[in-house]
Design a protein around this ligand. Structure first.
Ligand SMILES: Nc1ncnc2c1ncn2[C@@H]1O[C@H](COP(=O)(O)OP(=O)(O)OP(=O)(O)O)[C@@H](O)[C@H]1O
Length: 351
């Protein structure tokens, strides 16, 4: 549906040319929610401007439904741009127009007959839950309501792709969730393909099907969100994941085992829930099958695309032999375990 092939953008730059995008190739399937995540300067804005052809790529192509937009002349391009609806971080609403008139604007520009505009705008406002706010001006709307207007406006010309540029970055966490859930709902109901450009993994985690990690103008890795979260191949990706799942082991605990690697009578380990079949009572099995005690000292469990994801930091006590046997048992069941070290005897009382 949306296909980028070796998209490259080179700016002249003050001294040397700046390669903002370096052979970015991505394919986004019809009806998919696809996240592109990157830090500041990774090339996200350039990517957006190249996807909607506000900027001509230096080389490479952008195709929607097999039509190469990058080869179109200006007039054809203006028409083709309607295939891509844009949602902006700062909403970009016209302050002198009501919510209704903001949503109507792209229809007016496209030359839609006035008699058709009214019911279409009413339908769009209902879709985003703003039927009661049609006559309000942007200044009279909350941030979340303004973004709902922005989404309705982006959908006005029935685009095939909804391109969201940091669409929730100006919103508080609760409103962010509401807007993301609205985007997911619209994706399901209308089948519109969504591209989410963001610097926040929590945005990707909540609604995206697949994600690409952008760094220095290149795609580091891409794949289904669950796979990227559970097996990040690059340090940049690992840091994005850590930000959203709180993967860090508390420093006080790490200090206790810092000098004592390997297994001891009190062993601290991180058990990743990836690979644990849903519903498996792993911890109680360990306690029942081996002569060990297990104490959960830190952890966080979430779900991504309905599958459990997260890790527990556990302190296991018993003989080193029994703890090693329990580790074997878990590893045989494909549970990922990292032994962080053991607590020395004189620290044990404090642990
Ligand atoms: N018009 C321009 N001329 C020269 N260099 C540019 C231009 N626009 C962007 N760049 C450079 O291209 C690189 C990518 O910038 P871009 O704005 O696409 O990144 P970004 O990921 O969107 O960052 P941010 O989130 O901070 O906007 C940066 O090194 C930037 O300095």
């Amino acid at each position: 549906m949306l296909e980028l092939v070796e998209l490259t953008k080179i700016y002249p730059g003050a001294k040397d040319p700046v390669v903002a995008l370096d052979k970015v190739s991505l394919t986004v399937g019809r009806g998919e929610i696809f996240g592109v995540i990157g830090r500041s300067g990774a090339g996200k804005s350039t990517l957006i401007r190249c996807i909607n052809l506000l900027e001509r790529p230096t080389s490479g192509t952008v195709s929607v439904d097999g039509h190469d937009l990058s080869s179109l002349g200006d007039q054809a391009l203006n028409r083709a741009r309607r295939e891509i609806g844009m949602v902006f971080q700062h909403f970009n609403l016209l302050s002198s127009r009501t919510a209704f008139d903001n949503v109507a604007l792209p229809l007016e520009i496209a030359g839609t007959r006035p008699a058709e505009i009214r019911p279409r705008v009413a339908e769009l406002l209902e879709l985003v839950g703003l039927s009661g706010e049609a006559g309000r001006y942007p200044a009279q709307l909350s941030g979340g309501q303004k973004q709902r207007v922005g989404i309705a406006r982006a959908l006005a010309n029935r685009p095939k792709v909804l391109l969201c540029d940091e669409a929730t970055s100006a919103l508080d966490p609760e409103t962010t969730i509401q807007i993301l859930d609205l985007v997911a709902d619209i994706n399901r109901r209308l089948g519109v393909t969504v591209v989410l450009i963001t610097h926040e993994m929590s945005v990707v985690r909540r609604i995206a099907d697949r994600v690409a990690v952008l760094e220095a103008g290149r795609v580091l890795e891409s794949g289904p969100v669950y796979d990227i979260f559970t097996r990040p191949a690059f340090e940049t990706t690992r840091r994005f994941v850590a930000e959203t799942v709180g993967y860090e082991v508390p420093a006080a605990l790490l200090a206790m085992v810092a000098e004592n690697p390997g297994i001891g009578a009190a062993t601290l380990m991180r058990v990743s829930l990836v690979g644990v079949p849903p519903g498996e009572p792993l911890m109680s099995r360990l306690v029942r099958n081996f002569a060990i005690d297990v104490r959960i000292v830190a952890g966080r469990i979430d779900a991504i695309q309905g599958r459990p994801f997260g890790s527990l930091v556990v302190l296991t006590t018993g003989t080193p032999h029994d703890i090693a046997a329990a580790l074997d048992y878990m590893r045989q069941r494909n549970v990922q375990i990292e032994v962080l070290g053991h607590v020395a005897a004189n620290d044990r009382a404090a642990s």
